[in-house]
Each structure stands twice: as structure tokens, then as C-alpha cells.
Design a protein around this ligand. Structure first.
Ligand code: AMP
Ligand code: ZN
Length: 433
């Protein structure tokens, strides 16, 4: 079924009216059903009936990443488990991941937003869509998949990686649209050229959806030029369904944030003050059309601004700018979210490890490379080489098991890594995006 386009052109008043109805319903729902919000509302003495206008939303506290973790797994759930049909988690999270639940209605709605976004950029039923995002717990695979099916495209669920097979599928079925991380797109181009294939001539690509990690306007232009296609920025996060939260239209100037499903706010990340349209700050999102697990005023950690002007395309949903960075120290490595503290937890829990470590990020052939230098305990370098190799392998295996990445590990003498008396600078990011 084709998505309902009318909703993209509602007047401001109509959007806000719809938002208020949905917000009230959501607030009532979480107040009655979600253990986390029940407790929060009680603590601040808030009653849903106090919410009279959209402005009143700002009187509620923010919800943070740590709240999701502390209330793992079911603290945010507002339906019985019988109604839950899907679980996703945020990428790269270990220990207690952020679990996100969907009812069938939530999945249908998430598909609708993807279908709407794809249609907006000109995707058609006759297109062949190859989804090169990881399938499984990550939302970029399945959520996009069902959205594309809903629009009626032929979907090739190729998943991430396995470049040879990706190329073969693209050629055999004449793939016209891909969903891919920008860094993998550049890598793919490299491999094509290496094999004597011309990205423009030997393939049939016309559209690319680029997302899951930050990248620059220059990178978009480069990808468009190499493949001779139109590339559109796609933004989302698991806590808010995954992809389909905000998407670029043909104007390619900011991403329309689907305001019939989410209420955006931009705040000063240090003070929490709500900023005006046009001012850069942290994006805060409230999901107003979710059944299983609505979240109020969620601090995304993503830096952006809301465009004050209307888009030339005529759609009325406000646009967010390309994501400028993070308010926290989260790193995105090959599309996977990683916090340095998680790496530290894994390394420091192993025997033979000294006091200091360093995380180095580089780009090699457009792909992220993660290297970790680890100081070992005194005397370890005087022991056998075999023993050292054993320590190195153990670090690698543990990091792989827990972070799903295979970093290069270099063991160094105690005291050889730089120390500071202030805040340690343990991450060196040499990537140019
Ligand atoms: P996940 O919950 O694993 O899907 O990760 C969501 C995070 O990925 C977001 O909060 C952003 O930091 C990042 N992200 C997703 N899409 C984009 C994009 N188009 N540009 C920049 N960062 C993105
Ligand atoms: Zn537009």
C-alpha cells in the first residue's frame, strides 16, 4: 500500500493539533503502564491532565540513555509481552543493551515511515532495492526492509559485508537503489575499480540512502559523482524505531523529521534549555505514535539544528540539519556505536594489563580501522613471546565477543603512553569524514 502523502503537507496548525492529541494519549499511556514513567511522574508530582498544550512538554524531565539501561529490560514497556512481536537493540551496546520493543502496529508504522521516505526520494515499485545494512538486532536491516516491501519494491536482503557477493547481486539483478553506510559505499567503489568495473557503466544504481554514521556534504557529493546517482541522508536511532525518523527530500537540504510521529526539541546540552529553531544543540525526541515503548524527551546525544525556513519542496514537517557530532564520547565505527568506557571495561578486566590504553581510529580504503594500544604489567615484556601473544589474543577475542569488532591490538611497555593530570585523552580519531 502506498504511504499517505497528504500527511506530509499538513499545515502547521494541523500538525500541531495532531501532535497534541497523540502526545496526550502517549503521556496517559506511559503514566498508566510504564513502570519507569509511573515512578518519574510520581516523583515530580505530575498528572497527565496537566498537559494542555505542546509547550507543557518542556515541563517534563528528559529521558536519558542511562534510564533505559537502568530499567532494562522491561521498565519502559506499556503493553503486555503477548502484544510484543519484535525486539531490536542499539548497535554495539554490550552488557545491558538498550532493548527496544515493537507491537505489530509499531512495526507497521515504522514501515510506513520508511515507505514514505523512500517515495519522497522517488523510489518506485519497479526499483530493485539492495539493503546493505546489517540484519539482525540492528534496525537498519529489518526496519528498512519491511518499509521497502511496503512500497512494493523488489528487496534484496543482502545485509552488510561480503563485498564480492554484493557486487554480483548488484550486477545480476540490476540493483537500482542501495541502503548503505557512506564509508562502505566508498569502499565498494574502490573494489569495483580494482576489479576493472566502472561504477557508472557496469551497474544500474540511481539512488542511495546513506546513514547510520556521520559524514560530510563532500562525502555525499563524492559518492554521487562516483556512482552517478542521487544520495539522500537518512537518520534514525533504535530508541525511536530505527531509520525513518528524518529523511532528506529531493532538495537535499536538511532532513524532514516526521512530526506526526516524533516531536523534536533542540536543547543546550549543558543547561537543558530549549533553543530556538536555527540554533544548534542536542536533538531531543518524543515518540508520539508508539504502542509498546513510547519515550518522552529522549536525549539523542546528536548535535543538529532545526531549519527555521519552510522547505522548497512544500512539505511542512520541519527539517534537521546533517548531524554535526555527538554531545558525548560515543564513537561510530563502521556504523556500530561504541563507547570508550566499554572498551576500557573489557580490557581492564583481563589479567596482565597495566594502567593505560589508547584508542586510535583511522580510515583505510574508506573503512574505519580501530587500533588499541594497551600498556601491560611490568615485566611482561621480559617473559616469553608466547605469553605476550597470548595476552594480545585474549584482548582481541574478548573485544570481538563483546563489541563485535576486531581491532588491531598493540601491547606496549608500562608508562609508554602519554598521561595527563587532567582528563585523559584516550581516543585519537584521525578519520576525515
Ligand atoms: P542506532 O541506535 O544503533 O541505530 O544508532 C543511532 C545513532 O547513529 C544516532 O543517534 C546517530 O548518532 C547515528 N546516526 C544514524 N544516522 C545518522 C546519520 N544519517 N548521520 C549521522 N549520524 C547518524
Ligand atoms: Zn523538502
Amino acid at each position: 500500500m502506498a504511504p499517505d502523502c497528504k500527511i506530509e503537507y499538513l499545515s502547521r496548525e494541523e500538525i500541531e493539533k495532531l501532535q497534541l492529541v497523540r502526545l496526550k494519549k502517549t503521556v496517559e499511556r506511559v503514566f498508566e503502564k510504564s513502570p519507569f514513567y509511573k515512578k518519574m511522574f510520581k516523583e515530580i508530582g505530575f498528572k497527565p491532565s496537566r498537559l494542555k498544550s505542546l509547550k507543557d512538554l518542556s515541563s517534563l524531565p528528559f529521558t536519558q540513555r542511562k534510564d533505559l539501561r537502568n530499567n532494562f529490560p522491561y521498565g519502559f514497556l506499556t503493553v503486555s509481552l503477548q502484544k510484543v512481536v519484535r525486539l531490536h537493540t542499539s548497535t554495539g551496546t554490550t552488557g545491558k543493551p538498550k532493548a527496544v520493543f515493537f507491537t505489530q502496529k509499531d512495526l507497521d508504522q515504522a514501515s510506513e515511515l520508511i515507505a514514505r521516505s523512500m517515495k519522497m526520494t522517488g523510489a518506485k515499485r519497479e526499483d530493485i532495492f539492495q539493503n546493505m545494512m546489517s540484519y539482525g538486532l540492528f534496525t537498519g536491516g529489518l526496519i528498512f526492509h519491511y518499509g521497502a516491501e511496503k512500497l512494493g519494491l523488489l528487496v534484496i536482503p543482502s545485509g552488510a559485508g561480503n563485498t564480492e557477493r554484493q557486487l554480483e547481486l548488484m550486477r545480476d539483478f540490476r540493483t537500482t537503489i542501495v541502503h548503505i553506510t557512506p564509508s562502505y559505499a566508498l569502499y565498494l567503489a574502490d573494489v569495483m575499480e580494482e576489479k576493472g568495473l566502472n561504477p557508472k557503466v557496469d551497474f544500474s544504481l540511481r539512488l542511495a540512502y546513506l546513514g547510520a554514521e556521520p559524514y560530510s556534504e563532500e562525502t555525499r557529493k563524492k559518492i554521487e559523482k562516483i556512482f552517478n546517482l542521487n544520495a539522500y541522508n537518512s537518520y534514525g536511532l533504535s530508541e525511536m524505531n530505527g531509520p525513518g525518523v528524518a529523511f532528506e527530500c529531493e532538495e537535499k537540504e536538511g532532513m524532514h523529521l516526521w512530526e506526526d510521529n516524533f516531536i523534536p526539541e533542540i536543547i543546550n546540552p549543558s543547561t537543558g534549555e530549549v533553543l530556538e529553531d536555527g540554533e544548534e544543540g542536542e536533538l531531543v525526541l518524543t515518540s508520539i505514535n508508539r504502542e509498546a515503548m513510547p519515550i518522552l524527551r529522549y536525549r539523542t546525544g546528536d548535535l543538529t539544528f532545526l531549519y527555521p525556513q519552510k522547505c522548497r519542496c512544500g512539505r511542512t514537517h520541519r527539517r534537521i540539519s546533517r548531524i554535526k557530532g555527538r554531545t558525548d564520547d560515543m564513537l561510530i565505527v563502521r556504523g556500530v556505536n561504541i563507547f570508550p568506557s566499554e572498551i576500557e571495561r573489557v580490557i581492564m578486566g583481563l589479567p596482565g594489563i597495566g594502567r593505560n590504553y589508547q584508542i586510535i581510529l583511522e580510515r583505510e580504503r574508506s573503512l574505519d580501522k580501530l587500533k588499541i594500544k594497551v600498556e601491560v604489567e611490568k615485566g611482561l615484556f621480559n617473559g616469553s613471546l608466547e605469553h605476550l601473544k597470548g595476552v594480545e589474543n585474549r584482548i582481541k577475542a574478548r573485544l570481538k565477543a563483546e563489541l563485535m569488532l576486531t581491532p588491531e591490538v598493540e601491547l606496549v611497555e608500562p608508562g609508554s603512553l602519554p598521561t595527563t593530570t587532567g582528563k585523559a585523552k584516550r581516543v585519537i580519531d584521525k578519520r576525515v569524514i
